[in-house]
Structure formats: C-alpha cells, structure tokens
Design a protein around this ligand. Sequence first.
Ligand SMILES: [Zn+2]
Length: 195
Amino acid sequence: MGDHFRTVVDLDATPQQAARLAERAVRWLVAEGIVLAERTDCVLGPPLGHPPGPHWWRAVGAARTDREKPFDGLAVYAERTVFHGGQGEPEAVTCPRCRASTRLITDEWDPIDEVRALFGDAVGTGHRTGTEAAVACPACAREVPLTAWGWPDDHFAFGHLGLEFWNWPELTDGFRSRLSEVLDGHRTVRVRGKL
Ligand SMILES: [Zn+2]
C-alpha cells in the first residue's frame, strides 16, 4: 500500500494572507487537539510537519476508539502551489465559459499531446512566474485562467494555502467547513492523491 494524502486547499487566500492564515489554521488545529504544535519528520514532501494530536479523530468523523491513530501528520503549504492528485490522468477538463469539455486522453487512454502540452505549459509558467496563467479554450477560443477550468475530482487545485494530511482517513465535510470558517469563510476544495 502506497502513501496517500488529503489536502484542503484555500482557493481565496492571497499571497499576502497565506502565511498569516496558515498560522491561524495550525493554532486552531492544535487547540482542537487534531495536530500537535511541535514539528517532526512525519510527512512526505516538506521536511517537517505536525504529528497527529490526541483528538486527531475529530477531523475524520471517527469515534475515539474506532481507528488507529495515523503515524503521519500535517504538511502546511503557504506559498503558491499546484496541488496535484499525484497519480492518474484526468480524462477531460470543462470550460467554465462555454461548458465544452476538452478531452486530455483518447478513448484508448492515450494522451492527446497537443492538449496536454497546452495545459502543461500553463501549469509550468504559472508555477515559475507566480502569475495566473491562462489557456485558450479549444472550443470557444476564450482565454480561461487555469484555476477557473473545471478539473475532474479536484484533480488539481491552485492556491497559496494548503493543509495536507498524510495517510489519514477521509476528512469530513463538517471538519472542512469548520476549517473554512477559521480561514475567514474562504472557499476550499479537497485534493486527494497517492504516491
Ligand atoms: Zn470554452
């Protein structure tokens, strides 16, 4: 069994807000007993993360004794990041302007290189320059910012703040909405992935 992660991404946090909101979110998680304040080598990705706290189960909706406490913890990202599901290819993306769906792979699951290059370049450019890259919709030709495309199953999320739980069970919607409140009511999405 590989390692998996579940990330809650704040879609509204600006680069200026990210560090302050990340601190606030961690303070809240520590106060709830979901993670510990100390940082240890308990995550994949960044070198240090917050290990699970005594009430870690509050985030996953389990009863106290239901589940074994995960070994791994929480990685916090407070800079522009492309949060990626890690494994598998999205089949298609949806244009928010014309609702047309653009396929990224053929029915035989072969990648469609031109289309993938279009999106791949934009992801790379945005990552390097810290700007919001756009991709012209192949159907309606309008420029659509990467973040505005509809990605299946939240395959990608683009944001400045992400809280990534390593090898934890599914986070509940209730937990995510309480976390959103702590983040000034910002919109959040979940990205799941596996290494
Ligand atoms: Zn379109």
